[in-house]
Design a protein around this ligand. Structure first.
Ligand code: GLA
Length: 402
């Protein structure tokens, strides 16, 4: 009997060590806000509370944005005498638990950042060698989302390092979304599904349409550079495990047209929708774009199929995504520097997806067409679609099966 007890205790202990990722989280791409794109390490309690307030007051929480994530720069420069992390006491005078409580009191979820290396990218204490202590600290603070970066990880194996942190999070017993931020260096889409809920596919985004900005050994990437960087990984995305195209630059000095196109693309590509702008001062147009119900619904579609480029003709990129109940989302982006006319004859195109085996069969099925950004009915697919699209602007439609 005693032996049996010891054996079952051992099995229990092993099952704790060999964890799994938290189940049933991020069944649709996570939505939220992250501090990095606009504020870098310059974050503090007042700012974060103001962002939480704005998420509620400006309707973003109700549009689906849930996670409020503090990126690099929240910690004190060293650990306490027990090896535990704590928040910078000047930036966060009431501590991280109190901040998490405030975020939760607004009906939002609390996200935090650290790194698999011995230091974060900005030089704060990293989690290497402290994974279980840090995971427990986050759980004690009520953290719901961990973004885990990849700086200062010399000689670490990425899959192994992320697995260790996954197991540490699992051992706390608190459901925590695990965001792998390894920049796509060792193909995280091939091993990430069992480990995390989302994984970055590129280096850092920058707020331009299609530029690359070099910083010596690394570059920042414009919106279309990231979109075009990985064209063959959509099959790895699905409910609970997403290709992450990085925090959005919507509202960060792009034109309104570019904001719409950027948002439409992140949506059709089933990327997490993590805002990266100052939503307290964002223009009404930017808030309107970010909270467009129809566009968000395409991103949050329960099938979780990542869209793909259907064609690229005359500088109009056409992207499509199969949706629940036989519906389709289509994005037409005008890459030209001038307005163009779009003519799209439904009967001459085979809208379909070999990967998910979904086919619209437009010769036999008629779909009603809904213009998502303008909230307009555009007739149906029995007649060709005619439209004008401005420079870098987008026409995003939903084909509703009759
Ligand atoms: C890396 C990540 C960014 C951000 C910074 C913080 O560059 O890719 O998203 O988290 O670190 O230092």
């Amino acid at each position: 009997m005693k032996r049996l007890l010891i054996l079952s205790l051992m099995v229990f202990a092993i099952s704790l060590v060999n964890g799994q990722k938290s189940e049933n989280l991020a069944l649709t791409p996570p939505m939220g806000w992250n501090s990095w794109n606009t504020f870098g390490c310059d974050i503090n309690e007042e700012l974060i509370k103001g962002i939480a307030d704005a998420m509620v007051e400006r309707g973003l929480r109700d549009a689906g944005y849930e996670y409020l994530v503090l990126d690099d720069g929240w910690m004190a420069m060293e650990r306490d005498e027990n090896g535990r992390l704590y928040g910078d006491t000047i930036k966060f005078p009431n501590g991280m638990k109190a901040l998490g409580d405030y975020i939760h009191s607004k009906g939002l979820k609390f996200g935090i950042y650290n790194c698999a290396g011995f230091k974060t990218c900005a030089g704060y204490p990293g989690s290497r060698g402290y994974e279980y202590i840090d995971a427990q600290t986050y759980a004690d603070w009520g953290v719901d989302f961990l973004k885990y970066d990849w700086c200062n990880t010399e000689k670490l194996n990425a899959e192994g390092a992320y697995l260790t942190m996954r197991d540490a999070l699992y051992a706390t017993g608190r459901p925590i979304v695990f965001s792998i931020c390894e920049w796509g260096d060792s193909n995280p889409w091939k091993w990430g599904k069992e480990i995390g809920h989302l994984w970055r596919v590129s280096g850092d985004i920058i707020n331009c349409w299609n530029c690359e900005v070099g910083h010596g050994s690394w570059s920042s990437w414009g919106i279309w550079k990231i979109i075009n960087m990985r064209t063959d990984i959509r099959k790895y995305a699905g409910p609970g495990h997403w290709n992450d195209l990085d925090m959005m630059e919507v509202g960060n000095d792009l034109t309104d047209a570019e904001n719409r196109s950027h948002f439409a693309m992140w949506s059709i590509l089933a990327s997490p929708l993590i805002m990266g702008n100052d939503i307290r001062s964002a223009t009404p147009k930017t808030i309107e774009t970010l909270s467009n119900e129809g566009v968000v619904a395409v991103n949050q579609d329960s099938l979780g199929i990542q869209g793909f480029r259907f064609s690229d003709e005359y500088g109009i990129e056409t992207w499509i995504k199969p949706l629940i109940n036989g519906d389709w989302a289509i994005v037409f982006v005008n890459m030209n520097d001038k307005e163009v006319k779009l003519y799209f004859d439904w009967l001459k195109h085979d809208i379909g997806d070999d990967v998910s085996q979904k086919f619209a069969k437009l010769k036999y099925n008629t779909y009603q067409i809904q213009d998502l950004f303008n909230n307009k009915d555009l007739g149906d697919t029995s007649t060709p679609l005619n439209a004008r699209i401005g420079q870098h602007d987008v026409l995003m439609i939903r084909l509703n099966k009759q």
